[in-house]
Design a protein around this ligand. Structure first.
Ligand code: PLP
Length: 410
């Protein structure tokens, strides 16, 4: 392979440059050369304020200052700090009280939960099922461990979540592999901003239950990285009870992340939380996850486990964090609505959008269009199926400008 000098490819597809970071670097270069007012950098997957600075919840930052050195400097247990495990269940579930056997494992971000679930519940060579529009690192994580990603079309011809397409792929992969790991990123899906509706969820669970009798195991990883930026926190957790009514060989796992919800991206903290039908399956989940963690990163960082512990030990503090987050969530939702409104005005088709960090525009020649827009100072990410605009990283005013700019090149 021409691309490798000493490194081994090992079946992986390793690009020379990450598309998102490449575009962001070009945006930064243009800002340095031509000034901030000439550039819209809508490539970044973190929440920025209207001035382009990272939003950090002050109430969370305050907690950091109260920590004693041993609370962050010591190793955490491999599976996570005990008080964190309790806190993160509350953070993920809200008022939902599961009846199933629940185990929470600390991971470095939601990424760690994805890695551990894929490696433990699929076999080498297996295909992991997700939507055709999806976060690209799913492929990276799967590829690194000898798995690959198979997709179904996320939307049908009427722009509805494609339950029939999902069911057909579940059936096909269960027949071929015996076991299956499914990843669904909802609510506020990256990159479309779609949230599964109640009816979508019923369709998904019916399809899984229908195939369970033919399968050794079906693991449904619900990637909820954006759950607290989708809108009402309880409303967007209403799907959780549906995960409990399944046969024992179906294991729902919540991939939770503190990156967005607590603006703790760089402290690398998240959790894999299972809802198992038997105590034995939950115990196995703990055992295999601890083993994988030990092999990949040993223990996860302690600091945000301690931060979450502190937040959930103090009702007043928790209320403060939630109230502060709600302000930024409203800011984000307003940006998304502004983008939708302007897209409608200029007749720019967007992928069904509910809320979240990103909006997507379906098109075929995304690389070409993105290149032309870069020349005009608009930086967005070209994907296989279209263009991704991060409304999280730009002002509402910029959200209003972009649809017409894109429409010009469609
Ligand atoms: N899932 C999706 C869809 C994401 O977009 C991200 C981050 O951008 C993650 C999971 C995990 O993020 P982290 O590992 O930073 O918690």
């Amino acid at each position: 392979m021409a691309n490798y000098i000493l490194a081994k490819q090992n079946g992986r597809n390793i690009p020379l440059e990450d598309k998102a970071f490449g575009a962001s670097n070009r945006a930064k270069k243009m800002i340095a050369e031509q000034g901030k007012d000439k550039v819209i950098n809508a490539t970044i997957g973190s929440l920025l304020n209207d001035e382009g600075e990272l939003v950090v919840l002050e109430s969370v930052a305050e907690v950091v200052k109260t920590l004693k050195p041993v609370q962050y400097a010591d190793y955490a247990p491999i599976g996570g700090v005990v008080t964190f495990k309790e806190a993160v269940k509350k953070a993920a579930f809200g008022s939902f009280q599961p009846k199933t056997y629940v185990e929470a494992m600390a991971t470095p971000g939601g990424t760690g939960a994805l890695h551990n679930t894929m490696i433990n519940y699929s076999a080498v060579g297996d295909k992991i099922l997700t939507t055709d529009w999806h976060w690209a690192p799913y492929n990276t994580i799967a590829g690194e461990i000898g798995r690959s990603v198979e997709t179904f079309e996320m939307f049908d011809g009427e722009g509805k979540f494609n339950v029939a397409g999902f069911a057909a792929k579940v059936k096909e992969l269960v027949a071929a592999q015996g076991s299956l790991v499914i990843i669904l990123n909802t609510p506020a899906h990256n990159p479309t901003g779609y949230s599964l509706t109640d009816a979508d969820w019923d369709g998904v669970m019916d399809a899984i239950k229908a195939e369970a009798a033919n399968a050794d195991s079906i693991v449904l990883l619900v990637d909820v990285a954006y759950i607290d930026f989708a809108g009402d926190e309880e409303e967007h957790r209403k799907f959780l009870p549906k995960l409990e009514d399944v046969p024992a060989n179906v294991l729902p796992v919540i991939g939770y992340s503190l990156s967005k919800t607590f603006t703790l991206y760089g402290t690398r903290c998240g959790a894999a939380i299972c809802l198992a039908q038997t105590e034995e399956i939950a115990a196995e989940f703990k055992r295999v996850n601890e083993f994988s963690s030990r092999a990949a990163w040993s223990n996860a960082a302690r600091i945000s486990q301690q931060i979450l512990t502190e937040i959930y030990a103090d009702e007043e503090l928790l209320a403060k964090v939630s109230a502060e987050r709600a302000i930024y969530r409203d800011m984000l939702i307003n940006r998304g609505r502004a983008f939708e409104e302007e897209a409608k005005k200029v007749d720019l088709e967007i992928v069904p959008f509910d809320a979240g960090f990103f909006v997507s525009i379906p098109c075929e020649n995304s690389d070409d269009i993105a290149k032309k827009l870069e020349a005009e100072g608009l930086f967005i990410i070209p994907l296989k199926k279209g263009l991704r605009v991060s409304v999280a990283s730009i002002s509402e005013a910029a959200c209003r400008k972009i649809p017409a700019m894109i429409k010009k090149y469609m």
